[in-house]
Design a protein around this ligand. Structure first.
Ligand SMILES: Cc1ncc(COP(=O)(O)O)c(C=O)c1O
Length: 522
């Protein structure tokens, strides 16, 4: 039985201040890799019930329904989700030695690593000005560190901050599980795309069944297709995945089939729960719960790709926030979060891999994202990183880490609010242009998060020619919907308009021209 001890550090403040950077014990270092046999499920009292505590101050109003009930934790056989290629990955002795050295006292003599001598680096120091006018200083020592190789899982000081963030935001049930049984672990990735590609490469064998809800971000289509898996597409509407569609697909199996590899039950569901790219929709909490239960029943993983998590426009309502105590400082003072509950927050079995990204809220060029999930799987990703990217840019990680420590929780929250406000305004401008020019010609749902408006042109079976040829000739660039489907040859009446960059005037002019083209084409 897995017991979940009371999370003592749940409300601990996010680390702030440069002192955190210097403490050697702040390390989420990889422990030595466990033998893969340890990942096989251990016989346990399967009838054991675990009572999950309510979320107290950290809960959203709808959280108690889920968290106050008894749930039996399922035994996870992680070997089912690690293919032969991934299972054969081993730590390189040199990387292990390098990581040991990073923890060694200053007096240690190292003749072991072939890392370049930082005295030869041409960059000596840097001062970076941030939004509020404050600066981040890279003195000579920090610059040497920023330009050197670093840990494959990510810089310890950044990992510590991210771990506290995940605890605050999602309070994953797996936080205190034993490592082999899915304890929450984190690794930094070169953006979430890198992390997700590595996740797919870890799990997928040619011919495997996997579940994806369409329309879907093309980056994932192009990552999955070469792996030769069989994509089972799940239908969605304005509230995200339709659970009945998922149930219908799964009905061809029995729950116990997951134990028999020959039955080829789906290994995972990939989904973008907030501000879906391209549909702009978000999964409701009730649907998430239903989907999580299906994942438990049929034993598949949920890959929660959530780069637009912080860009939620329909946050907790002011009335509910007021009930929680304070309008402005809710998260800080009460722990109540303005963002929707995530799959990670519901993950009592250790079957969710969550991909976060700083691309949309700090900047994409830094290439910093992070994966949170069960340790036996995150370890495999780190091993992949050791031999591919080796680690995300040390400079980028240090810059982000310095920024986050300098900002603390308040600064981070303020940035999330600032960015959301910008995109909300942008969205309102695009919606105004759509209302003005496309009413009667097209239909759309108001996006709940993210950067995209997904528009269906009425009376047109396929908009490929209209968007790709006619609109481009008139200098309006948008993406026709077929890009977001695995079968790109099927006719599609949708297009995606991004509201991240264009000015309100450009949006207005763009949709005016488009309206004219639609009328001419009908
Ligand atoms: C749904 C989704 N996932 C992943 C990514 C990749 O993001 P990152 O820059 O973190 O790699 C994007 C980028 O647009 C996206 O829309």
């Amino acid at each position: 039985m897995r017991c979940r001890p009371a999370p003592a550090n749940k409300l601990q403040a996010l680390p702030r201040g440069p002192e955190v950077l210097t403490k050697p014990e702040h390390s989420l270092q990889l422990e030595l890799q466990q033998p893969l046999q340890a990942l096989l499920p251990k016989p346990r009292n399967r009838k054991a019930k675990v009572q999950f505590p309510g979320r107290g101050l950290g809960g959203r109003p709808e959280a108690p329904i889920w968290f106050s009930r008894s749930s039996t934790i399922k035994d996870m056989n992680y070997m089912r989700f690690i293919n032969a290629r991934s299972a054969s990955r081993k730590h390189s002795a040199i990387r292990l030695m390098a990581e040991l050295l990073l923890k060694a006292p200053k007096s240690a003599i190292s003749l072991v690593i072939g890392a370049p001598n930082p005295n030869t680096f041409p960059f000596k120091s840097a001062v970076i000005t941030i939004e509020n006018g404050e600066t981040i200083q890279f003195n000579e020592d920090l610059m040497k560190k920023a330009l050197q190789y670093s840990q494959s899982a990510g810089l310890p000081e950044l990992l510590i901050w991210l771990k506290q963030l995940q605890i605050k935001l999602h309070d994953p049930p797996t936080l205190h599980y034993p490592p082999s049984q899915g304890q929450m672990d984190i690794c930094v990735t070169c953006g979430s795309q890198d992390g997700l590609c590595k996740v797919f490469e870890m799990i997928v064998n040619p011919g495997d069944n996997i579940l994806v809800n369409e329309p879907v971000y093309p980056g994932m289509i192009h990552a999955l297709r070469p792996l030769g898996c069989n994509i089972l597409t799940v239908a969605s509407d304005e509230h995200g995945i339709i659970p009945d569609s998922l149930k219908e697909i799964l009905a061809k199996w029995k729950p116990e089939d997951a134990k028999n590899p020959e039955k080829n039950t789906p290994k995972f569901l990939y989904t973008i729960p907030n501000g879906n790219n391209p549909a702009g929709t978000s999964l409701t909490t009730d649907r998430k719960k239903e989907i999580y239960e299906l994942a438990r029943k049929y034993d598949f993983l949920i890959i929660e790709d959530d780069p637009y998590y912080f860009l939620q426009f329909n946050k907790i309502s002011p009335t509910l926030t007021l009930v929680a105590g304070s309008l402005l400082c809710t998260w800080r003072n009460t722990g109540a979060k303005p963002w929707a509950p995530t799959f990670l927050s519901m993950d009592i079995d250790g079957r969710v891999i969550r991909a976060d990204s700083f691309s949309k809220v700090l900047s994409p060029g830094l290439r910093i994202g992070f994966l949170t999930g069960p340790k036996p799987l995150i370890e495999r990703i780190v091993l992949h990183t050791e031999i591919s990217t080796m680690h995300p840019s040390t400079f980028s990680q240090l810059l982000v880490s310095q920024l986050l420590h300098q900002w603390g929780e308040d600064g981070f929250r303020a940035q999330m609010e600032r960015v959301t406000k910008v995109y909300r305004k942008q969205m309102d401008a695009l919606l105004a242009a759509a209302d003005k020019w496309l009413s009667g010609l097209a239909e759309w749902h108001v996006p709940t998060a993210g950067m995209f408006l997904w528009v269906k042109i009425k009376g047109m079976n396929d908009v490929r020619k209209l968007i790709e040829e006619k609109a481009m000739k008139k200098e309006i660039f948008m993406l026709p919907g077929y890009h977001f489907y695995f079968d790109s040859s099927a006719p599609c009446p949708y297009f995606r308009a991004s509201f991240s960059l264009a000015s309100p005037e450009q949006m207005d002019m763009g949709f005016q021209r488009l309206a004219q083209l639609i009328r001419e084409s009908l």
